[in-house]
Design a protein around this ligand. Structure first.
Ligand SMILES: Cc1ncc(COP(=O)(O)O)c(C=O)c1O
Length: 397
């Protein structure tokens, strides 16, 4: 009855294919869920307690749009150690100094970046496969997300991106470690992407929401200040060098608090300040007591959890590469697995076939123009994971 009131912007968007699998899963008894995009461990206790204390002690009103000063100073300190960036809070940066603010989740930061930069008709470049929200964030702005085909190794290289840049391109969005593939950019790939963007006058945006989940020593970061650090930063540079990458990170995946809706953005102040202005009239500020909670993240080591996820990743690689093609994931908690050609099935058909075995995975077509793969999330208990992998392997062999 009210259809005529709906905007083209809203009606152009279809509900996420991931939700469809969740709904199917809800109708099954005890399914094996290899479909969930969030950690299976509880929020570490010090972080929980810090949030509870914040609520009890009355930190329940607005914070400044930029974020709570306590959290901002922790983020600024960590960017200094991690990337050698010397950031200021948005609005207070000196000429050429990068700035930072706290966002309502990583999605909040991404939406603001798209809104701050894209006019109708503009283009941005995203990887394919991509995080499901990227194309829609562009279309909400009346812009087009141009997909960079990264099959079969899922590496978003400068060579693959270069031919896609036109005079309409505003930014290139890279996601490392990636959802849905778990691929982590190496130092050379990151540097070449940065150089390409700079030479073409477009911005590189790096979505690093899974930055803490990086596994192999070979993939340890380009964080030059501290070679022992396991970071993926595609944005990292020598101390003092001009920052030309927009970095977006989040707390939800690393500390198992996805529902707290907290992230942050750092980068060139011209862009970050515009985003903060938009935040003022949209999200207003990130959740106040939970900002106090995540201050404790910076003193909470996650190494044991990361090691555990690495072991699960090893199990996925062992079981899946025995029966099909797999680009070995170096981070996050996903693997993007090819449906073997001899099965003659699309990713969606295979995913539906697996529902008969009560195994829930997500069809590749949800993340891509192609529907040849499926996504496994190994953020699930070891026994359940092993059982699910065995059933997947049996169905593929
Ligand atoms: C690559 C990527 N970016 C952004 C997000 C959104 O994260 P948040 O929950 O912090 O908004 C996700 C969530 O799955 C993701 O996988």
């Amino acid at each position: 009855m009210l259809d005529h009131l709906i905007s083209e912007r809203a009606s152009a968007i279809q509900a996420s294919g991931i939700r469809r699998i969740f709904n199917l899963g809800a109708s099954l008894e005890n399914p094996i869920r290899l479909s969930i995009g969030q950690p299976d461990f509880p929020i570490p206790e010090p972080i929980r307690n810090a949030a509870i204390n914040a609520i009890e002690s009355g930190h329940n009103g607005y914070t400044p749009t930029q974020g709570s000063p306590a959290l901002l100073s922790k983020v600024i300190e960590s960017l200094k150690v991690d990337l050698g960036w010397d950031c200021a809070v948005t609005g207070a940066a000196e000429q050429g100094q990068p700035s930072v603010f706290i966002s309502s989740g990583t999605s909040g930061a991404l939406v603001l970046a798209f809104m701050a930069m894209l006019n109708p008709g503009d283009e941005c470049i995203i990887p394919d496969p991509y995080f499901v929200a990227y194309p829609h964030m562009a279309s909400i702005c009346g812009a087009k997300a141009v997909k960079c085909d990264t099959y079969p190794d899922f590496r978003m290289t400068a060579e693959r991106v270069a031919p896609l840049i036109t005079e309409k391109t505003k930014f290139v969005l890279v996601n490392t470690p990636s959802n849905p593939c778990g691929v982590v950019n190496d130092e050379k790939e990151s540097r070449e992407l940065r150089e390409l963007c700079k030479s073409k006058g477009v911005l590189l945006i790096s979505d690093e929401i899974y930055d803490e989940f990086v596994f192999d020593d070979a993939l340890t970061s380009s964080a030059k200040n501290d070679p022992s650090m396991k970071r993926c930063a595609s944005a990292c540079r020598e101390n003092g060098a001009h920052v030309d990458t927009l970095l977006i990170r989040g707390f939800g995946k690393t500390y198992a608090c996805t529902g707290w809706r907290l992230g942050y953005v750092a980068g060139p102040s011209e862009i970050v300040d515009e985003m903060a202005k938009l935040q003022q009239y949209t999200f207003v500020c990130a959740p106040a007591p939970l900002q106090q909670g995540v201050v404790a993240c910076f003193d909470t080591p996650m190494g044991e959890f990361v090691k555990d996820y690495q072991q699960r990743r090893d199990l996925v690689v062992e079981k899946m590469s025995a029966v099909t093609e797999l680009a070995i994931p170096g981070g996050a908690f996903y693997a993007f697995v090819k449906v073997p050609e001899h099965l003659n099935m699309t990713g969606t058909e295979f995913t539906e076939r697996m529902i008969e075995d009560k195994v829930l995975v997500i069809p590749g077509g949800v993340f891509s123009d192609r529907d040849t793969h499926f996504r496994i999330s190994y953020a699930t208990g070891r026994d359940e994971l092993e059982q699910g992998l065995d059933l997947l392997a049996r169905a593929m062999s």
